[in-house]
Structure formats: C-alpha cells, structure tokens
Ligand binder design. Sequence first.
Ligand SMILES: NC(=O)c1ccc[n+]([C@@H]2O[C@H](COP(=O)([O-])OP(=O)(O)OC[C@H]3O[C@@H](n4cnc5c(N)ncnc54)[C@H](OP(=O)(O)O)[C@@H]3O)[C@@H](O)[C@H]2O)c1
Length: 135
Amino acid sequence: MDQPRWALVTGASSGLGVEYVRALARGGHNIVLVARNQDRLQTLAQEVERDFSVATEVMAADLHASRAVVRVAKRLSDASRPIRVLVNNAGYGIGGDLAKSDPGVELNHLAIHITVPLELTRAALPGCWSEEKAE
Ligand SMILES: NC(=O)c1ccc[n+]([C@@H]2O[C@H](COP(=O)([O-])OP(=O)(O)OC[C@H]3O[C@@H](n4cnc5c(N)ncnc54)[C@H](OP(=O)(O)O)[C@@H]3O)[C@@H](O)[C@H]2O)c1
C-alpha cells in the first residue's frame, strides 16, 4: 500500500502559507502546519481535514527560538514519518533605516529567511530522497 505523503509548511497561519497548505492538501498531501499562532493553525488544520480528507499535525513554534527550530528539524528528519515536501515560507519584511535599526531585529530577520530554511532543508533532505527512491 502507498505511504501517505506528508508536507511541512512553515508560516502556515496566514497569507501565502494558508494557500500552500490548501493546495498541498487538495493534492492529497497530509500536512504539518508550523507557525506561532496555534489557534489559527488548528482552525486551518480542521478545515483541510474536513475539505480534503487528509491528516494534519499542528506544531506551534517560534522560529526565532533555536529550540523550536531544532524541534521542527527533528520532525523533518523523523525517518518513521518521512516528509516529502518542505515549504520554507515563514517570514516577513522589515523596513526602516538600517543605520538606526535594532541589530537583534535585523539578525532575526536574516535568520528566518536564511539560516532557518537552511537548517530545515538540511533536516528534510534525507527523508525527501528516500521518498523519491521509493517511487
Ligand atoms: N506577500 C508578498 O508580497 C511577499 C513578497 C516577497 C516575499 N514574501 C515572503 O513570503 C512569505 C509569506 O509572506 P506573506 O505575505 O504570506 O506573509 P504573512 O501573511 O505575514 O505570513 C507570514 C507567516 O510567517 C509566520 N511567521 C512569522 N514570524 C515567525 C516566527 N518567528 N516563527 C514562526 N513563524 C513565523 C507567520 O505566522 P505567526 O505569526 O503565526 O508565527 C505567518 O504564518 C514570507 O517569508 C515573506 O517574507 C512575501
């Protein structure tokens, strides 16, 4: 019997992330939804379970926190429940004057768009490859 296909979407609580979740669920993927706002994730998870008969997992995680990134990475590298698709979508834009900005805010912004996707992608690759080979 075919293994269920799982996708993990970061930033799944609003905007583009919601649409990625709906599109992947429409295509038959089970979804792990990641963002900070657990209530919004739960509401969307219930919606796609109902509309597309897929399974979901909700992971409330602040990707500015390294422990949360490790937790999501562990889920991605769990060989017993492989993730086939990773969507590194969490993030935001910041404006303002770089010369006057808070360095912590700038570093968080860089991390969520660069180092966090790098870590998550590294964690996901072995599972994605083994899923590809299994086909
Ligand atoms: N919309 C555009 O025109 C556009 C253009 C260029 C690039 N992008 C990029 O595309 C992505 C989605 O944009 P969008 O317009 O859909 O933005 P959005 O509606 O603001 O959604 C951003 C998502 O990222 C999550 N997020 C933000 N900070 C997080 C954190 N610290 N930990 C975990 N999750 C976090 C938010 O969830 P929580 O608040 O619940 O954590 C939310 O689900 C972003 O990376 C954005 O930079 C968008």
